[in-house]
Design a protein around this ligand. Sequence first.
Ligand SMILES: [Zn+2]
Length: 390
Amino acid sequence: MSKNSVFIYSDAFQTYKFHDRHPFNQLRVKLTYDLLQTVGALHDSQIVAPRLATDEELALVHDMDYIEAVKKAGKGLLSEEIAINYGLGTEDTPIFPNMHEASALLVGGTLTAVDYVLSGKAEHALSLGGGLHHGFRGKASGFCIYNDSSVAIKYMQEKYGVRVLYVDTDAHHGDGVQWTFYDDPNVCTFSIHETGRYLFPGTGNVNERGQGKGYGYSFNIPVDAFTEDESWLSAYKDALIEIADFFRPDVILTQNGVDAHYYDPLTHLCATMRIYREIPKLAHQIAHQYCNGRWIAVGGGGYDIWRVVPRAWALLWLEMTEQSDISGPLPKEWIARWQQYAPVSLPLEWDDPDDLYPPIPRKAEITEKNAQTVMKALQPIRSNKQRLNL
Ligand SMILES: [Zn+2]
């Protein structure tokens, strides 16, 4: 019997909610879940409920006083002055009721995915509630309270003794995960994102390569604003193929923020649905080539929750479960069910039209600049290879 994939899901993912006008909106997970069920691509036997991460698990990465502060904040018991030291109560990460429990559930979802894959119960696992890559050891940042990927990687190291390749295709730099493992040669982080020149969090420069024993295990490809599919994909593919061959991981964890899309309101990239077909395809291939199939995928950013996220995340699951031949029109029932709540017209097709946006004037220049960035990022691997061949 071939091993299966599991989809970690609960409506309780919706409890991670700052307020009604906040751009981070977990309704997108439900929209994705409903889209997949409507096309018959997600079966009850594949759905697994997330568990809550314990304090001990959160403390693998986070400071205990920060965890206590999050608990107090969610009960309305933390003063504003103290909260601000922990990044809580800001515009990006406002305090909301029971924020500890809601955040620990997102981490628990990712840990549930990890346990399924590393115990061999499933080959691949997807938890779209996770992907909160900006969370720091003792501070909330960029819509993230706890960093599920960081906790999951530490947990995998301690419980299963594996070497992890973390791949982050969110439009924002995966800073929280990078800094947590910056000096660790057993975790390789690769983030491709819009340059931090004008975008949060400002880091993710090509020269951030790790430190101490971890030097050479952190890779960053900051692409230019207005980068389009072709240039983005060529950077992603070239880099991931070489990095995976260099690191030879036991397991791959992918963070699948989908905010590089042209429609995303928070970023300045010009990707279309095409990259969201290609990203998981290569991740899937790498998982089988190096990791005996072990692939855990989480969500991440994505702020056009109506036109972008449900399709993009559904494509991730379709690739994971080898149903990626689905294309053409989206199901009419799904559109009819959700259009009444959407402030924009829902897309009618799985894929974007070729003329989604007007031509980008600086295309050639941007493409050339990105190619140079890839060369810089991979230079240590390439020169080392050259040396060995001599
Ligand atoms: Zn993002």
